[in-house]
Design a protein around this ligand. Structure first.
Ligand code: HEC
Length: 157
């Protein structure tokens, strides 16, 4: 009568949603560690990872600014991760990304625009940290579900 679900059940539920995507959207397959694979070319992989490192850099800047109660700087760092960061994704890469992946990515960018607006208007560190934490949960979710592989690098032509 333990009310908590076993971790394995929770994990399989969450991973199940990664595999439940439209099979025409992307040929995602389970990897050894259970994450769905995004098969991209090296340039596309580099582009996504570059964006990811900009996310981590931006989150670092945001938290540093909030530690100083510098809400204009926190807002600027958040805005750099907003929708303006997302709009240069080439169509060929877009087409390879599953709908769920794109939606999660768009949602994160949208969150950062909102966090920027609220940081400027409310100037409330606790509130902004709560928003940032909720957004970081989306980073965590996506990382739980997907990995990138490049056939060229793996010698699987
Ligand atoms: C829509 C999915 C998605 C979202 C949202 C997302 N990531 Fe990622 N991220 C990935 C994938 C896929 C990888 C590559 C993982 C792999 O291949 O093992 C990655 C890799 C990374 C890396 C490693 C970069 C490198 O050079 O190797 C960092 C750092 C990172 N993400 C940070 C973040 C942060 C911070 C956020 C949230 C603000 C975030 N990501 C949101 C999908 C996402």
């Amino acid at each position: 009568m333990n009310p908590t679900l076993p971790l394995a059940v929770l994990l399989s539920l969450q991973l199940g949603s990664a595999y439940a995507q439209d099979p025409h959207a992307h040929p995602a397959a389970p990897a050894h560690d259970g994450r769905a694979i995004l098969t991209l070319n090296p340039d596309e992989r580099a582009m996504i990872l570059d964006e990811m490192r900009r996310f981590l850099d931006g989150v670092q800047k945001m938290t540093a600014a909030m530690g100083q109660q510098d809400m204009p700087a926190a807002a600027a760092a958040a805005r750099d991760m907003g929708r303006k960061m997302a709009h240069e994704v080439p169509p060929a890469l877009r087409a390879k990304l599953p709908l769920e992946f794109r939606q999660l990515g768009a949602s994160v960018h949208g969150d950062f625009d909102q966090i920027a607006l609220d940081a400027e208007s409310l100037k409330d560190v606790s509130y902004s940290l709560g928003q940032l934490s909720a957004t970081l949960q989306k980073c965590v979710s996506c990382h739980t579900m997907y990995q990138i592989q490049t056939p060229e690098l793996n010698g699987e032509h």
